[in-house]
Design a protein around this ligand. Structure first.
Ligand SMILES: Cc1cc2nc3c(=O)[nH]c(=O)nc-3n(C[C@H](O)[C@H](O)[C@H](O)COP(=O)(O)O)c2cc1C
Length: 391
């Protein structure tokens, strides 16, 4: 691939009482700078240090959040800052920012994963694109292998070097991804597979609408089903996943988690040696009732896809059609499994497919193939990542 100058505005926002997050944030800022970003490092609730402002948010193409784990969630100062952005959110000025998170906790299993996933719930409302951690990163296992973002069990700024390097790598990675999202030429040939779990009419109708939205952008689209419910739609294979740059998952909400057939297909892909690595991902579904687990199901799909370093592209409130369809920022839901989806819901599904395809076309291939100097420099050569942003 042709070398290109990487330019992106990267904002690193953090809250830190004892210094852990400050050390992580500083490393992420260094990594971003080394990768070509213009960086603003901002600290919440620390007299004498510049706090983040709304102007910083508007300026940023990519945002790295750093929050300590407080009771399994982001800290109140971080949440307070997020909660101050409703005017920008309402004006859709936070859409398409690339975001990721870092955290620390005192206990080994004291809520780091929950904290990052909670942060991302808010980011989906913004319409941000959520960047997973990079499992192809050097010394990945030594960092604890948290697929949702860099995290550490610590209570102060003395970080293990693998974790510090991982934070720097995160800064570099978001720089490249934010650069692609900002400057990437929409490529008409983005490849999208819409995977519909079964043949239920409502789910099928949504899948067709997602597929047609993606096609409107010029993307090549395959509509597939997991169970061979009907003969008109081919059954999905691992080869479809290998072919695709972006995936749209359609599933019924059964228990508020990933339904068994979809989980089974994910495992099949893994067993055949194929993977979902670096894809852009969105999810939609059906429920019987408005609050019967639909949101949880979509979030579970995103949780699963983080394990493959995916870029999560939930619809957010990026178009009025989302609000008209019930205002679900995580993905389109139809509340009648058997009846046809409402027109408003189909419009939201089309928008979701269009948005997935557009963002996919910007980053297409970039998740795996963009080359640039490795960060940080002190990573031993034998740990060179095989498939990531910086390899
Ligand atoms: C209000 C509060 C709640 C906390 N909740 C948790 C928790 O749920 N799990 C945990 O392991 N540590 C918890 N901690 C410890 C912090 O996560 C830890 O001090 C922090 O990660 C250190 O980050 P810092 O050095 O950047 O301040 C909590 C600390 C405070 C003050």
């Amino acid at each position: 691939m042709k070398e290109q100058l990487v330019t992106a505005n990267v904002l690193v926002i953090h809250h830190s009482r004892k210094g852990t997050l400050h050390a992580l944030a500083t490393a992420a800022a260094e990594g971003a700078r080394a990768a070509g970003a213009t960086v603003r490092l901002r600290r919440i609730d620390a007299p004498g240090e510049p706090p983040p402002t709304k102007d910083d948010l508007l300026w940023a193409d990519g945002i790295v959040w750093g929050s300590p784990t407080f009771y399994g969630n982001v800290s109140a100062p971080v949440k307070q800052f997020i909660d101050s952005t409703s005017d920008l959110w309402r004006a859709r000025l936070l859409a398409d920012k690339v975001v990721t998170g870092m955290t620390s906790s005192t206990s080994l299993n004291g809520g780091q994963e929950a904290t990052l996933l909670g942060l991302y719930r808010s980011m989906y409302h913004w319409g941000a694109a959520v960047m997973s951690a990079d499992s192809t990163m050097p010394l990945w296992a030594e960092t604890g292998a948290n697929p949702y973002g860099v995290s550490v069990c610590a209570n102060g700024g003395d970080l293990p070097s693998a974790v510090r390097d991982a934070a720097a790598h995160t800064g570099a990675r978001i720089t490249r991804l934010a650069h692609l999202v900002r400057t990437g030429e929409p490529a008409p040939s983005a490849k999208i597979v819409v995977i519909c779990q079964d043949g239920r009419p409502a789910l099928r109708a949504l899948a067709a609408a997602v597929a047609s939205g993606a096609r409107e952008t010029g993307a090549a689209v395959r509509l597939r089903q997991i169970t061979p419910a009907t003969t008109d739609v081919p059954v999905v294979t691992p080869a479809d996943v290998s072919w695709a740059d972006g995936l749209a998952w359609g599933m019924p909400a059964t228990t508020g988690s990933l339904p068994a057939m979809t989980a089974g297909f994910v495992e099949t892909v893994q067993d055949t040696g194929a993977d979902f690595l670096g894809r852009t991902v969105t999810a939609f579904g059906t429920t019987s009732n408005a609050h019967a687990g639909g949101e949880s199901t979509l979030l579970a799909a995103y949780t699963a896809m983080h394990a493959w370093d995916c870029l999560i592209v939930a619809p957010g409130y990026t178009d009025p059609v989302v609000t008209a369809a019930g205002g679900n920022p995580y993905g389109t839901l139809s509340h009648d499994r058997n009846g046809p989806p409402l027109r408003t819901v189909l419009a939201a599904a089309r928008h979701q497919g269009r948005r997935l395809a557009l963002l996919t076309s910007r980053v297409r291939g970039g998740m795996l193939t963009v080359t640039s100097p490795r960060v940080p420099a002190r990573v031993p050569a034998e740990h060179a990542p095989s498939r990531d942003f910086s390899s």
